[in-house]
Design a protein around this ligand. Structure first.
Ligand SMILES: NC(=O)C1=CN([C@@H]2O[C@H](COP(=O)(O)OP(=O)(O)OC[C@H]3O[C@@H](n4cnc5c(N)ncnc54)[C@H](OP(=O)(O)O)[C@@H]3O)[C@@H](O)[C@H]2O)C=CC1
Ligand SMILES: O=C1O[C@H](COP(=O)(O)O)[C@@H](O)[C@H](O)[C@H]1O
Length: 501
């Protein structure tokens, strides 16, 4: 773990005119400021080519700041006074020299002898290397400390990811680099280590002897509207699976790290990634959304920025296996889709059935970890139906955050968590170079297949539906057993629940 930054820090956001800066980076910086989590003396420099006045810039970012009361609203003004916008090119020296002048003035004002600078690249990856080069040449303090946050995508495949890594490595050390995968900053994802390793009940059952199937599911109720041009080159597998879902899966399946030390955690993540069997081209289900059934929502191909005959995958379910002692033969399904019936990200762990004999038929336990919305952990368990009935029915042990924790808890947004971690020098929730490499080794052959002529044509599913029709069978083939209808009522169980002794 690197030493935390002190109380006089310069933060520079490159690509400050862009979408991410507006929707996530500046709102996260504001959120940290509001909560008193930024260094006592901080200045935030926005940098991009667009010629924006200070006023234009502020009007751009401010609407996304979250405020609950008048006190927070006052904080907005205080925060914006810490921010300045600078227009400059990415590939020439002039803008960087001006930026350095401003940074140096700020540091002088605080009598800083060892400058601490955080650079955030909220930029398209095509610009990462040139900006990193210029930063190293012109704004890198020889006698201070630097942290560089880079955004996904880290490459398009194994080759390009390695090239990017090769270009960045001579400029910024691995200790200085913070590769963001914002799923690692989500509250429930951060809770996985505690849930798994802090509860002997789960810890003891977390293996092939007890677990029948694992599923990670990412659903979005909106399509690629407005982002089709970008998405067409990417597809759902690159967009969320090779990164977000795989990150969640590694935390879910890795061995116990010796400590919370970032390298101890990341070592275990890499180990389990290396134990994954190659992804099987035949163990996939691909989809692309079409118009909604009522015709109101557009199909993927209706987007003018998308190729008319595009086979881009907007839904994928992919089977995975881990060839190690803990997980051999346990089916794992990663699934993700756009334009579905709901927005939800969750993990489902289904346990093996209990021995027969006492029970004619009884359902299996299932642990559900809902990452969003409304974080929750609930375990479906069998219990006797209350009252004179002797039948059993599925019910649950339920930890839904909104019911259990008061609203007074500040649950940071993912980007707030990650920027704070970076300021603290904590790499635990950032992607390490070798981790990235193994994840691309795993996904690149499958992506090459999906994007080749040999791949199956993605099955159409209507916008707003549950996804391709083949999904139920696909999950069934991966040992997922659907709950018998009427035997699990949620959130309230009524006496008409069907029992199953
Ligand atoms: N937007 C989002 O929600 C998310 C984005 N990301 C990642 O964050 C990064 C930034 O994303 P986002 O803000 O959406 O991107 P934008 O397309 O909005 O780009 C950000 C800024 O970069 C500059 N820029 C854009 N294209 C180029 C180019 N070809 N050459 C040089 N500069 C360019 C523009 O600023 P100017 O012209 O003023 O210099 C633009 O305002 C990307 O890597 C993206 O994948 C990750 C997760 C979510
Ligand atoms: O990285 C991305 O993630 C978002 C989903 O993030 P969430 O925090 O809103 O769940 C996804 O919409 C986008 O396509 C992808 O690029």
């Amino acid at each position: 773990m690197s030493a935390p930054f002190g109380d006089h820090v310069s933060i520079v956001v490159f690509g400050a005119s862009g979408d991410l800066a507006k929707k996530k980076t500046f709102p996260a910086l504001f959120g940290l400021f509001r909560q008193g989590q930024l260094p006592a003396s901080v200045k935030i420099f926005g940098y991009a080519r667009s010629k924006l006045s200070q006023e234009d810039f502020r009007e751009r970012v401010e609407p996304n700041f979250k405020t609950k009361n008048d006190k927070d609203k006052e904080k907005v003004k205080e925060f914006l006074d810490l921010c300045t916008y600078h227009s400059g090119q990415y590939d020439t020296d002039e803008g960087y020299k001006e930026l350095l002048k401003e940074i140096t003035e700020f540091e002088k004002s605080g009598n800083v002898s060892k400058p601490e600078r955080l650079f955030y690249l909220a930029l398209p990856p095509s610009t990462f290397t040139v900006v990193a080069l210029q930063l190293k040449k012109l704004v890198y303090p020889e006698n201070g400390a630097v942290r560089l946050i880079v955004e996904k995508p880290f490459g398009h495949d194994l080759e390009s990811a390695r090239k990017l890594q090769k270009d960045l490595a001579p400029l910024f050390s691995e200790e200085e680099l913070y590769r963001i995968d914002h799923y690692l900053g989500k509250e429930m994802v951060k809770n996985l280590l505690v849930l798994r390793f802090g509860n002997q009940l789960l810890n003891a059952a977390w293996n092939k002897e007890h677990i029948q199937s694992i599923q990670i599911s990412f659903k979005e109720a909106f399509g690629t509207e407005g982002r089709g041009g970008y998405f067409d080159e990417i597809g759902i597998v690159r967009d969320v699976m090779q990164n977000h879902i795989l990150q969640v899966l590694t935390l879910l399946t890795m061995e116990r790290p010796v400590s919370f030390d970032p390298e101890a955690i990341r070592d275990e993540k890499v180990k389990v990634l290396k134990a994954f069997a190659p992804l099987n081209n035949d163990d996939i289900l691909l989809g692309q959304y079409s118009k909604s059934e009522d015709g109101k929502k557009p199909g993927y191909l209706d987007d003018e920025t998308v190729k008319k005959d595009s086979k881009c995958v907007t839904y994928a379910a992919i089977g995975a296996r881990i060839n190690n002692e803990r997980w051999e033969d346990v089916p794992i399904v990663m699934r993700a889709g756009k334009a579905l019936d709901e927005s939800k990200v969750e993990i489902r762990i289904q346990f093996k059935p209990v021995p027969r004999g006492m029970f004619e038929q009884i359902q299996s336990n299932e642990l559900v970890i809902r990452i969003q919305p409304d974080e929750a952990v609930y375990m479906k368990i069998n219990s006797k139906i209350p009252g004179i009935s002797t039948e059993t029915a599925l019910t649950d042990l339920d930890l839904t955050y909104s019911k259990r924790y008061s609203k007074d808890f500040w649950i940071p947004e993912a980007y707030e968590t990650l920027i704070r971690d970076c300021l603290l020098g904590n790499h635990s929730n950032f992607v390490r170079d070798d981790e990235l490499d193994v994840s691309w080794q795993l996904f690149t052959p499958l992506l090459n297949y999906i994007e080749s002529d040999k791949a199956p044509v993605p099955e159409k599913y209507p916008y707003g539906s549950k996804g391709p029709k083949g999904l139920r069978d696909f999950l069934g083939k991966h040992n997922y057993v659907f709950t018998d209808e009427g035997t699990y009522q949620w959130p309230l169980t009524r006496p008409d629940v069907k029992g199953k002794i």
